[in-house]
Design a protein around this ligand. Structure first.
Ligand SMILES: Cc1ncc(COP(=O)(O)O)c(C=O)c1O
Length: 424
């Protein structure tokens, strides 16, 4: 005889609603849109003038090499810390060490750095936040207002209280240096962490000047605030790897030495988005040489418990390109191709808005750098861009410049002109 059991209440009935990631949701909406003129200015991925993804020519060379080699060990596990040839090359690129020969000064400087491979830049941000939450225990993490939305999620998941420092001045469309410094000066406490975008600030496309960086570094040093750099666009912003790492290297070389860390992504500058390629570097002040090994062991402990190790394919590509001077030069050319196309598209959109005499000022589109521009469009205008013109951009007004092409920039400019004139 069948005995009916009383229905149990669900264990998850009181699950809180979780925020949907705006960028990926927008991308889905764009894909589902059948309109012939649709434009995707949401997700931050590089696209060619034809609107296509672009495997970098230097990356393709290694893919061909790997395919020819047909190595039976290509699917083996990496060590927990990752491929150390890759993490060392990643470190050298970030901190400006020679990739070919090492000077004695470089050798000594490298001994301050603990490095592990991560699941791209997001994973590096996460491992860094998890390590600091466990072993440094900051009271607060300071993030720019606005910042990449995932910074909020990553730090909230670690249970560290988040505070915002002003970053964007909507009137001048520039970095709000005075208010940022004043807020941090008045409210940041010793032992807090500050999240800094190494270059090409996402979402605003506005970076501090070198003089402003120096003032931020001085403040961190004086107030004992721990700098956490997020470097997702090295070489992609200005086209120069050195220029885009200037702030990181300035902080690193300061005396007295500061402890700091860097989350490094190769998603954009190698076009390896889905291959999840990145590194995390924690920099000691050098006072205890044994510390670096211990930090790496603790980072590995977290990595092992979470996902064992990073993926192999992307790191193999990056290490091989960086090891070969000819391929490295080809990669530099690839970076120049991408960054110059973005600069051209900024100019094209700006010039078209000027030609249309669109009300407002638009210089910020050409003054901002990197992949994004913070347009200043209002929520009503952004909604109309999507609903009426099938142009997809974030609610903050951020556009990904790489979604612009020679065939669609005029349509985008006309649409902006239309929604702005209607004063939505
Ligand atoms: C500021 C910032 N940090 C980190 C990332 C990490 O990207 P990924 O995890 O794809 O390397 C991104 C990508 O959009 C970013 O814009």
């Amino acid at each position: 005889m069948l005995i009916e059991k009383p229905a149990q209440g669900s264990s998850f009935a009181n699950l809180p609603d979780a925020a949907v990631d705006e960028i990926f949701a927008l991308n889905h909406a764009y894909i589902a849109d059948a309109h012939p003129k649709k434009v995707n200015l949401g997700i931050g991925v590089y696209r060619t003038a034809e609107g296509k993804p672009w495997p970098l020519s230097s990356v393709q060379k290694i893919e061909e090499q790997l395919s020819r080699e047909n190595d039976a060990a290509r699917h083996e596990y990496l060590p927990i810390e990752g491929d150390t040839v890759f993490t060392k090359a990643a470190r050298d690129l970030m901190f400006g060490f020679s990739l070919d020969a090492e000077t004695p000064a470089e050798k000594a400087a490298k001994q301050r750095i603990a490095s592990v491979q991560t699941v791209a830049g997001t994973g590096a941000n996460h491992i860094g936040a998890a390590f600091l939450a466990h072993h440094y225990k900051p009271k607060h993490v300071w993030v720019s207002t606005p910042t990449w939305a995932n910074h909020h999620t990553i730090w909230d998941l670690q249970g560290i209280e988040r505070k915002g420092y002003p970053y964007f001045n909507a009137e001048t469309c520039a970095f709000d240096f005075e208010n940022a410094i004043a807020t941090l000066e008045a409210e940041a406490e010793e032992g807090d962490v500050i999240l800094l975008h190494a270059c090409a600030h996402n979402p605003t496309g506005v970076d501090p000047t070198k003089e402003q960086w120096k003032a931020i570094a001085e403040l961190c040093q004086r107030k004992h605030i721990f700098p956490f750099f997020d470097s997702a666009y090295q070489g992609f912003a200005s086209g120069s790897l050195e220029e885009d790492a200037w702030a990181v290297q300035y902080f690193f070389n300061m005396e007295p030495r500061m402890e700091m860390c860097v989350a490094q992504s190769f998603s954009k500058n190698f076009g390896l988005y889905g291959h999840r390629t990145g590194a995390f570097h924690l920099i000691t002040n050098g006072s205890n040489p044994a510390e670096v090994g211990l930090i790496e062991k603790n980072l590995c402990h977290i990595i092992r418990g979470e996902y064992s190790m990073g993926p192999k394919f992307g790191s193999t590509i990056v290490k091989r390109v960086l090891a070969d001077p000819t391929l490295r030069a080809q990669w530099h050319d690839d970076l120049a191709v991408m960054s110059s196309r973005l600069i051209q598209m900024r100019q094209a959109l700006y010039q078209e808005l000027l030609r249309l005499k669109t009300p407002g000022t638009w210089e910020h589109i050409v003054n901002q750098i990197g992949m994004f521009s913070y347009t200043g469009l209002t929520p009503g205008q952004i909604l109309a861009m999507k609903e009426e013109f099938h142009i997809y951009l974030l609610k903050s007004g951020r556009i990904s410049i790489s979604g612009l092409s020679p065939t669609n920039f005029a349509y985008v400019a006309q649409s902006i002109d239309n929604v702005v004139r209607r004063g939505l």
